[in-house]
Design a protein around this ligand. Structure first.
Ligand code: AMP
Length: 390
């Protein structure tokens, strides 16, 4: 259960809400190519405005080294104005006398967006003096940037010590869904993990194994498990250093782990490579596994049919290449068709759901890939830890 203070617990009328959002959107030549993250922050902004607060928004964008006009948040103020249907003022910096005066002058219902937090190196250092300067811009602090909640940065962590702090609606929703997976799941609970490397996913596997009823494995990381089980993997991506840990996991939890029984293999790492389906024992020398095979898809689909809760992170194959996207696509459909409460995180799985047009049929799509993975690893995120209880 989400037991942190949220904006619904705050008296907001006449207050200035300093809100950390995640507006780290993709930009091409100053044009926003995907505004999903801006849209995801709208419910919180609208809630604050409807409750007669004024709103000061702050975010990072990209990884600038100092001030860099190509990573300015100015285009986001324009897009946000369109989405909100009201003017969004823009501050040329995020700290200092000028922006303090702009924030002071705000009337209830008005919105100000600050310039990129990362133009100041103190942001990523969680610098308390920088955080104190940010705190001057609001009467209350709201954290709604779930995608940044795993970073102990000044606008996420340190600032919360200087103002009454609360979670925004997006933040509360994310933690509610992910928290339910860990602490109060509907059963059977099935986790699906994919992606390139098993080493990246070992912490999440270790945390999820005792909690889940089944753990479905796909993608490059399945190769290391198959190698650990003794199969010849040809030129497939296998992490030799992780084979021992994979072997230990297989010995300890083979009843819960579901691994591919067949694979789509190719004679090169290219969409145009020759490709064919083989059983896991049949990889030809010099060939590599780039997707799960049709029998595996069928088996995974059947398992998901019986699930009441599903959490998915990571593709089943090299889904960027259409010839090796079948497994990821099929799993996206199986998750949507299962009727289970479904929580999808990680850029690639989210992209697969979107590409398949299934967004509306998934219960919760996480806006934070790294943050959701760390949450599922059982780590306390700095941005969650710092929020007071209700
Ligand atoms: P990750 O960032 O660890 O979630 O990995 C995502 C990447 O894994 C995607 O770019 C996929 O192309 C890649 N991937 C998935 N399956 C395989 C595979 N069998 N061999 C190599 N790369 C893969």
């Amino acid at each position: 259960m989400f037991n942190k203070r949220s904006i619904q617990d705050l008296a907001l009328a006449g207050k200035r809400a300093l809100v950390r959002v995640d507006f780290n959107v993709p930009l091409k030549d100053g044009t926003i190519t995907d505004d999903t993250r801006i849209r995801a922050a709208l419910p919180t902004i609208q809630y604050l405005l409807e409750h007669d607060a004024s709103v000061v928004l702050m975010s990072h964008l990209g990884r600038p080294k100092g001030v860099d006009a190509s990573q300015s948040l100015a285009p986001i103020a324009v897009r946000l104005s369109e989405l909100l249907g009201k003017n969004v003022a823009f501050a040329k910096d995020c700290v200092g006398a000028e922006v303090e005066a702009q924030a002071q002058a705000l009337q209830a219902g008005q919105v100000l967006l600050l310039e990129n937090l990362r133009f100041h190196k103190e942001e990523e250092k969680n610098d308390p003096d920088f955080a104190k300067q940010l705190a001057k811009l609001g009467d209350v602090y709201v954290l709604d940037a779930f995608g940044s909640a795993h970073r102990a940065h000044a606008s996420v962590e340190a600032v919360a010590h200087f103002l009454p702090a609360a979670a925004g609606l997006l933040m509360a929703k994310e933690i509610n869904f992910l928290g339910k997976v860990l602490s109060d799941p509907s059963r059977p609970l099935i986790a699906i993990l994919g992606g390139a490397k098993i080493s990246d996913k070992l912490p999440v596997i270790n945390n999820l194994i005792p909690l889940v009823d089944k753990l479905i494995i796909g993608g490059g990381m399945a190769n290391t498990f198959l190698a650990a089980a003794g199969y010849e993997m040809g030129k497939s991506l296998v992490e030799k250093d992780a084979i021992e840990q994979a072997r230990e996991l297989l010995a300890r939890c083979s009843g819960k782990l579901m691994l591919p029984i067949d694979l789509m293999i190719a004679d090169g790492f290219s969409n145009d490579a020759n490709h064919e389906v083989v059983t896991v024992g049949g990889i030809k020398p010099g060939w590599m596994a780039l997707d799960i095979g049709p029998h595996t898809i069928e088996q995974y689909r059947k398992a998901l049919e019986g699930a009441r809760m599903v959490v998915w992170n990571g593709p089943m194959g090299v889904f960027e290449m259409p010839n090796f996207a079948t497994g990821t696509n099929a799993v996206a459909h199986a998750v949507a068709d299962s009727g289970a409460i479904s929580v999808v995180g990680g850029g690639d799985s989210v992209a697969a759901i979107e590409m398949a047009g299934l967004t509306a049929r998934v219960t919760h799509i996480s806006t934070g890939g790294g943050a959701s993975l760390e949450f599922l690893e059982g780590k306390m995120l700095p941005g969650v830890a710092v929020l007071p209880e209700k």
